[in-house]
Design a protein around this ligand. Sequence first.
Ligand code: NAD
Length: 453
Amino acid sequence: MNFQEILNSQKKFFRTQKTKDIKFRKDNLEKLKKLLSENEKLLLDGIFKDFGKSKFDTILTEISFVKKDIDYYIKNLNALSKPKNIWTNIVNLPGSSKIYPEPLGNTFIIGAWNYPYQLSLSPMVAAMAAGNTCILKPSEISFHSSNAMAKIINENFPSEYLFVAEGGVPETTELLKLRFDKIFFTGSTAVGKIVYEAAAKNLTPVTLELGGKSPAIVSKKANLDIAAKRIVWGKFLNAGQTCVATDYILVENSVKDELINNIKNYLEKFQYNEGSEQYTQIINDKNFERLTKLIDAKKVIYGGKTDASKRFIEPTLMDNVTWEDAVMKEEIFGPILPILTFTKFEDALEIIADHEKPLAAYLFTDNESEKELFTQRISFGGGCINETVMHLGNDNLPFGGVGNSGMGHYHGKFGFDAFSHQKSVLSKSTWGEPDLKYPPYTKEKLKWIKKLM
Ligand code: NAD
């Protein structure tokens, strides 16, 4: 596969201006949506082969998610892409000012395996909406899902516009040497650094959607039943293989036992059994082994059973965990939930601030001053109060990390902006020509400049 040739053809196609046409963008978004419906079985089969993800979960968190994005852009494209009139300051009068959102050009998107469709296609949809061409490299780890996307896109769109490049590290390394106008990466912090370094060689702007250890704080002033239910759902969805899943719980000492009982109750109710509709497999043997090593049997208070032949790990709760435990040394990214405690609310915030800025943080409380402290004192990509994960379901909220958990945002308007350049243009009238800025410089002119500026 000659990636340079494909990129050259995309560069040539971009220069025809066709991708900038609003009708072209909408028609192609519409076409992609139709293809997702027509090929639903192919998509469902692919992801099921990769890690047993059920139809319900795949439709909820992948296919419908991408279709919702497509609908958003079709509905809002005129407004998003329209040049915006901006106020013109006195020194530039008579004249007018405008911001023209323009597509960056030829984009490269690298996807992760845990939500293989959503994390590859949602950025691609944003790139299309903003009027770009795109080469998409889904994760090779979820290779049946990658095959399904390659088949749907490469058989139905010209490669000079959209192209799915399949492969792993060698292919990505090759692609990263090329000169794109934007690289959008979803994956680990370690690989994010490799991508950032490669992009720097061409001064290519990047969005890095990375990971980290996302905490859920549970205060004694929380509704403990709701806290347990919402933490359990967000954590064991996709068997914990979600970038914004609760990585660990920080619970106020005095309510720990009650919270744990409630969590156990919901774990029973939600029936996360091997092979069930509500539970997925661990993606591969490597991750299965990594995760089983994080389980310290002495600290397990629920679950802990594993089956290597089925890459199944039971939802597992660990109590009395400290930062010295293996499970706290890395992002878990699996169905293991460690529980740590605090005695004073501010201490919980200090614990979070002592570590890398997380991609998400959650707080359960009914106390207004705790909510205020949580939103004001600690830095995290995004999060929820009295909920987990669902912030990324609101298109009006930017989704992205901060510090080690990433840079840049997408979803809704923010996705459009991630793939656009805001070109600013001042248009001056040729009548009315104040003499002020022109030489020769005089004291009188300087006096006026001081006043006007
Ligand atoms: P990963 O970093 O291993 O792989 C991501 C992509 O990078 C894949 O397409 C892979 O082929 C490519 N890649 C891997 N090694 C490479 C290398 N040396 N050079 C160039 N490319 C390389 O991540 P993953 O295992 O697919 O996903 C798990 C991580 O992603 C977790 O840390 C998780 O938190 C994070 N994640 C973040 C988000 C988000 O939206 N912020 C979403 C999902 C996952």
